[in-house]
Write a protein that binds this ligand. Structure first.
Ligand code: CA
Length: 247
């Protein structure tokens, strides 16, 4: 069912085999249905300081660090980078607005997927550009034992956020795996770009308004329409990957 995508990925990266041992998993828009609220919080903050923006554009920035997103908007509106003080204050304001919005829910299908990965002994690393502690602190409650405390890469652990491969390369070091033993699960084009640049078999999930083609152009090896579809097909996908590596 997925042979073509697997073959295309292996050829593109010149791998001789692909044997996933670790799943490196994004948080916002993948594990939590949090992106519409992030977009709303960003929009409220930037409108207050006189920057025109649309809610949709924040789905395209998704994965960037807060500082990087603020600088894109500052350069467009004011022709300069934001100062460190501005970044600190404005990101804090966005974080407060986000936490004032109603609680977000775990993405349907996410628990099923994580439970399956746990069951088959696949290592799991959380990889998020978010510094939004209100969600990170809920992980253990919503996904018990899914991510050991030392298997998390957050905004605090990297210099360069997505689309740099740095967060995913750091996650591979945490899991003690090489790129050909890694899969990445992402909902955002920049996150997909980061995962593919790190050399991982990167699965895109279109949980938001970003179309499939944009995910493919960013380097997704395969794209699923939502997390339940990914959870359902993961056993077959991993089985086909293992068959491929035997040939
Ligand atoms: Ca995301």
């Amino acid at each position: 069912m997925f042979e073509q995508q697997i073959e295309r990925f292996i050829k593109r990266h010149n791998y001789t085999s692909l044997t996933p041992r670790a799943a490196l998993i994004d948080m916002d828009g993948t594990l939590y249905d949090s992106m519409p609220r992030h977009a709303q919080a960003w929009l409220r903050m930037v409108n207050e300081i006189g920057i025109d923006a649309t809610a949709e554009e924040f789905f395209m920035y998704e994965g960037r660090t807060g500082a990087s997103t603020i600088n894109i908007l500052f350069n467009r509106a004011f022709g300069r980078d934001a100062t460190d003080e501005e970044i600190k204050e404005l990101y804090h304001r966005k974080t407060v607005y986000f936490s004032e919005l109603p609680d977000v829910s775990p993405m349907p299908g996410a628990q099923k997927l994580l439970a399956y990965l746990q069951k088959i002994g696949m290592k799991r690393v959380l990889v998020t550009g978010s510094g939004q502690s209100s969600l990170i602190n809920r992980l253990e409650q919503d996904f018990p034992d899914a991510f050991p405390i030392d298997m998390r890469i957050t905004a605090r652990d990297v210099v360069h956020g997505k689309p740099s491969p740095e967060p995913y390369l750091a996650a591979m070091r945490k899991a003690d795996v090489t790129p050909d033993k890694s899969i990445v699960i992402e909902n955002a084009p920049l996150g997909v770009e980061a995962g593919d640049a790190a050399g991982a078999f990167t699965i895109g999930v279109t949980t938001g308004p970003v179309p499939r083609e944009v995910m493919e152009e960013a380097g997704a090896a395969i794209v699923f329409p939502d997390m339940p579809a990914l959870a359902e097909h993961m056993p077959l996908l991993l089985n086909e990957i293992s068959q491929f590596s035997k040939n």
